[in-house]
Design a protein around this ligand. Structure first.
Ligand code: CO8
Length: 258
């Protein structure tokens, strides 16, 4: 792969978007590579958590690639949006937990990529924003949908309409960033959180992810019913038996992820 670095260590896959000269801007080649990596990892039982970050210390992803986008026609623009939406949706629905380690600018498509992840950890120098209307376009990688779901409709409209860039503390205040760390400790904190999650019943974590993500797209009664189905399913797993047995025996559970 040309624009993606993939590292694996003890069940954690670290994906680095690697186009530092363009502040890791997403062109279609990078999106396709990211899509292939995500598809591959989704099938793997030995990978239980994913961390996505950007190369260098300046940017997570500074958006879709403006150089590539400038001469697109309407059909090509739609195709690019559909490509990114598919990749981001695959990230949102992959069985593994996905943490965005936002290590600098997360603008436009970069902010949208971070929002497709389950959890966003930001470094103190991170900056979030949706600058699209300043370029004469709208967010197209599902930012108009994921941002209001995360921060509320009013704040999402303010950010999208004004194109204001916000720092990590403000992103934390509006619940766009889960936590904020010094840049040097960001990746270690992301790994630490991944390991903590992996120490739980990881199959249950995956089911909880599905209940949250799919339930949010249903009416409330259907979502409650879906949660009950998922909850019931847990009782067919070895982890449920082990988790409860360990509690009663006052010991740490030895989960198997099944
Ligand atoms: N695309 C392409 N190249 C970029 C991008 C980008 N998004 N961002 C930065 N670069 C390039 C710069 O052109 C520059 O290249 P060069 O050295 O060859 O001139 C290099 O990266 C370094 O950037 P700067 O010199 O500008 O660095 P600064 O520190 O001065 O500024 C900023 C950093 C503030 C991040 C600035 O680069 C910037 O404003 N970048 C653009 C941010 C932006 O507008 N992003 C949104 C893009 S639109 C988008 O994401 C839409 C998604 C939906 C699309 C729908 C599909 C059709």
């Amino acid at each position: 792969m040309k624009n993606i670095i993939l590292k694996e260590d003890k069940g954690i896959a670290e994906i680095t978007i690697n186009r530092p000269k363009s502040l890791n801007a997403l062109n279609s080649e990078t999106l396709k590579e990211l899509g292939t990596v995500i598809e591959d990892i989704s099938q793997r039982k030995d990978i239980q958590a994913v961390i996505i970050t950007g190369s260098g210390d300046k940017a997570f992803v500074a958006g879709a690639d403006i150089v590539e986008m400038q001469n697109l026609n309407a059909v090509q623009g739609r195709e690019l949006a559909m490509l990114a939406q598919k990749v981001f949706s695959d990230i949102e629905h992959m069985p593994q937990v996905v943490i965005a380690a936002v290590n600098g600018y997360a603008l436009g498509g970069g902010c949208e990529l971070s929002m497709a992840c389950d959890i966003r950890l930001a470094s103190k120098n991170a900056k979030f924003g949706q600058p699209e209307v300043g370029l004469g376009i709208t967010p197209g990688f599902a930012g108009t949908q994921r941002l209001p779901r995360l921060v509320g409709k009013g704040t999402a409209k303010e950010l999208i309409f004004t194109t204001d860039m916000i720092d990590a503390e403000e992103a934390h205040r509006i619940q766009l960033a889960n936590k904020v760390y010094e840049q040097e400790e960001l990746m270690d904190k992301a790994r630490e959180m991944a390991k903590k999650i992996m120490s739980k019943g990881i199959y249950a974590v995956s089911l909880a992810k599905s209940a949250i993500n799919n339930g949010m797209n249903m009416d409330t009664e259907s979502a409650y019913s879906y949660e009950a189905d998922i909850f019931g399913l847990c009782f067919s797993t070895e982890d449920q038996k082990e988790g409860m047995k360990a509690f009663i025996e006052k010991r740490k559970p030895n989960f198997k992820g099944c």
